[in-house]
Design a protein around this ligand. Structure first.
Ligand SMILES: Nc1ncnc2c1ncn2[C@@H]1O[C@H](COP(=O)(O)OP(=O)(O)OP(=O)(O)O)[C@@H](O)[C@H]1O
Length: 702
């Protein structure tokens, strides 16, 4: 008998003897694009509990389970064979139907029942290049008989604490389960291992980089009890407190907590590696400014790196404005702006100032990590929109070492500090991410980073009303009507386009440049501006300045405004051909409005009726964490993170982050427990050996 499975997975999946009255477990499979999707074991009566989201251009017809008799041509003869399609998911794609995610058993004949003879679940192995799965089953079964019982490198108390099978039982359970429960337990153990060694490897490396027992305990405690790793405001530097007083608003509870956690880290002699994340417009920038003030207040320098010049200028102006308001200060921090467009002479001057320590804070683009930019004492590097930079780029700050205290301009206040004065240190790194990613994904991606989340929005914000409209003639008439009302009430409107120029290949896409004239004619009483990535840096600044100042009322833009652009009184956005953007991207774009107290709206104009469905989720929620979770569940981590970032995700042959997040959390705790008992794993030689074998795999992620 031959068993075929379309899945490309390397682990086994299960079929169960049909005709059993029970719900089936979810199995892993990959769809046509190679992405993980759910599939179920055969279920003859009951549909699966989880629904698959159809791809954008498909329509999910549903699942059918049937026994299909089919014929197959063998050389010239036509041989009739029986095939069981246990589960077939059918999708309607424009003008045809497609079968996806199916499991097939080819039987010897209609009466063949050898597969089910044992009456229990059995694995389906991928049968590539004619390799008979029966043959595979046979050799695996023989190998299982030779398994020693004591092959588990993970200490017994850990497996017991976390309710795990021992490794040999897990191997038997995954290949020859007596029932689905046993298969589930085996799967859990194997997934646990994938996560556990990843977490263990990262934490182990971090501990290795620390000198003393106190530092090591401190690091483990920080992960075990993050709530204890924070300062109270009285312990903040005088400069930081004065900056807080100068703010035109009070910090939210989340902003205060985040600042306290960060400042706790800044006071340690161990370089911080922290990720600050929160929803669009939650006020991360001011938290980062406060971290900068803290180090500047103790005589050190700060660097603030952002992905675009537009954002660098905006942060620079915003900071200067806030610094001017600080009262009773004998010396205001000197701040510089350094980007690719800074004139050569000025750039040289700034670099000299940084080297001599005359400039305390520099804001800029990736020019900041150039080798020729040297600092006198760089104590913190902020990396805004960190996923826009590669791992290597982010790491470059680590080479900008400094002597702790020695180069500082201001004397340390306590004698305790001065004892540490000779340590050579890499700067603290605070990475910021505006695309909120679920905690489990963050743990897998950035397991070596501490995580700080801002969970609330500044007061007075009302959720942005979101409309999903088909962009046909009537649709646009409605949109223009809404724009008219908004502009008439003193609002400002962003129009966001997928492309700058009209393209012959994609004539259905509306283009920013081409629409400028149309929109100007349609709204003769208002001024229109244009902003896109191909404009020169000073032209972009000017376009944004005019919009901010109210000299233009409508800004036609591409997605350059997606990141960080902050015009608090912009109150309406229309996204053209919205289906061209990802959910997270649209949420980011929408975050450009509703940043002030004015009630705002966002209109997503879809080119086709079929794309309306996917966009509807944005109409239902304005919570970036929820949307990210939805995206993760529906499309998997690859699509959610985008190509660049997901490239840093480790390989998980069995685990699926979208559903196995709780196992990841447990694995993280287990790794902390093990390392708490033995920092260098000397107490657990088998575990250390296993880790060193898996290390290359573990560290694929970063
Ligand atoms: N506690 C607060 N109260 C009122 N307004 C605030 C508060 N914190 C920040 N803001 C204002 O909220 C707006 C958004 O802040 P900020 O630009 O820091 O958000 P962000 O988290 O960086 O968001 P994004 O990623 O979308 O740029 C700014 O105009 C800022 O001045």
């Amino acid at each position: 008998m031959l068993t075929a499975n379309r899945s490309t997975q390397t682990n086994s999946s299960y079929e169960e003897t049909p005709n059993r009255d029970r719900p089936r477990d979810l199995l892993r499979s990959r769809n046509a694009r190679g992405l993980n999707t759910y599939t179920t074991t055969p279920e003859l009566r009951q549909p699966p509990s989880k629904k698959l989201e159809p791809a954008a251009n498909t329509h999910d017809v549903g699942e059918t389970w049937s026994r299909i008799r089919t014929t197959k041509k063998k050389k010239s003869a036509t041989v009739s064979i029986a095939v069981d399609f246990y589960k077939v998911r059918t999708m309607r794609c424009k003008d045809h139907f497609e079968m996806r995610e199916y499991n097939i058993d080819v039987l010897k004949d209609e009466e063949d029942s050898s597969v089910y003879s044992k009456g229990r679940p059995y694995p389906i192995y991928p049968s590539k290049k004619g390799l008979n799965p029966d043959f595979l089953r046979d050799i695996i079964s023989r190998a299982l008989k030779t398994l020693p019982h004591n092959l588990d490198p993970i200490p017994k108390d850990v497996t017991q604490d976390f309710g795990l099978l021992c490794l040999s039982d897990a191997y038997i359970g995954i290949h020859q389960p007596k029932n689905l429960n046993e298969a589930d337990l085996a799967r859990k153990r194997l997934i646990f291992d994938e996560f556990f060694y990843l977490q263990l490897g990262r934490l182990f490396q971090m501990l290795e980089g620390l000198g003393t027992k106190i530092e090591k305990d401190g690091l483990l405690d920080k992960y075990r009890k993050p709530e204890l790793s924070s300062t109270i405001m009285e312990e903040w530097s005088c400069m930081t407190k004065k900056f807080v007083e100068a703010l035109p608003y009070s910090l939210t509870r989340s902003q205060l907590n985040a600042t306290s956690e960060i400042i706790w880290d800044l006071k340690r002699a161990v370089p911080m590696n922290r990720l600050l994340q929160g929803d669009v417009g939650c006020g991360k920038t001011v938290v980062a400014f406060l971290a900068c003030m803290e180090v500047i207040g103790s005589g050190y320098q700060a660097a603030f790196m952002v992905p675009t010049e537009l954002l660098a200028v905006q942060h620079y102006e915003n900071l200067l404005h806030l610094l001017e308001k600080i009262k009773d200060i004998h010396k205001r921090p000197s701040v510089a702006l350094l980007t690719g467009s800074t004139p050569t002479k000025q750039a040289q001057f700034i670099r000299k100032g940084l080297q001599a320590g005359d400039i305390s804070l520099v804001i800029g683009t990736h020019t900041l990590i150039a080798e020729k930019v040297e600092f006198s004492a760089l104590r913190i590097a902020i990396v805004d929109e960190q996923h826009r930079f590669g791992v290597v780029q982010r790491g470059r700050f680590n080479s900008k070492l400094y002597f702790n205290s020695i180069s500082s301009k201001l004397a340390s206040t306590s004698s305790k500090d001065s004892q540490k004065s000779d340590i050579v240190m890499a700067p603290h790194v605070l990475a910021m991410s505006a695309t909120p990613i679920p905690r489990t994904l963050a743990l897998a991606l950035y397991g070596d980073m501490s995580l700080t989340q801002i969970t609330d929005l500044p007061p007075g914000r009302t959720p942005v009303e979101t409309y999903i409209i088909e962009g046909n003639e009537t649709g646009f008439e409605n949109i223009y009507q809404m724009m008219e009302e908004e502009l008439g009430g003193g609002g400002k409107v962003y129009l966001v386009y997928p492309v700058i120029e009209q393209s012959e290949q994609l004539p259905q896409l509306r283009a920013a440049s081409a629409d400028l004239e149309t929109i100007s004619r349609r709204f003769p009483d208002y001024n229109c501006g244009l902003l896109h990535g191909k404009m020169k840096s000073d032209e972009k600044d000017e376009a944004l300045r005019r919009f901010r100042a109210g000299e233009t009322n409508i800004l036609l833009s591409t997605q350059v405004i997606e990141i960080g652009v902050d015009v608090p009184d912009a109150s309406m956005m229309v996204v053209m051909n919205a289906e061209r953007f990802g959910i997270a991207q649209l949420h980011q774009l929408r975050g450009r409005v509703g940043r002030g107290e004015r009630k705002s709206k966002c209109i997503l104009s879809a080119s086709t009726t079929t794309s309306l469905n996917r966009l509807k989720v944005l109409g239902k929620s304005s919570d970036g964490f929820y949307l990210a979770n939805m995206d993760l569940l529906l499309r998997g981590p690859g699509d959610l993170l985008g190509k660049k970032q997901s490239g840093h995700l480790p390989e998980f042959p069995i685990a699926r982050l979208e559903i196995d997040g709780n196992i990841l959390q447990e694995a993280h705790l287990a790794a902390l427990k093990v390392l708490g008992e033995s920092y260098d794993l000397e107490k657990f030689p088998d575990l250390k050996a296993e880790l060193s074998m898996r290390q290359p795999l573990c560290l694929l992620g970063d």
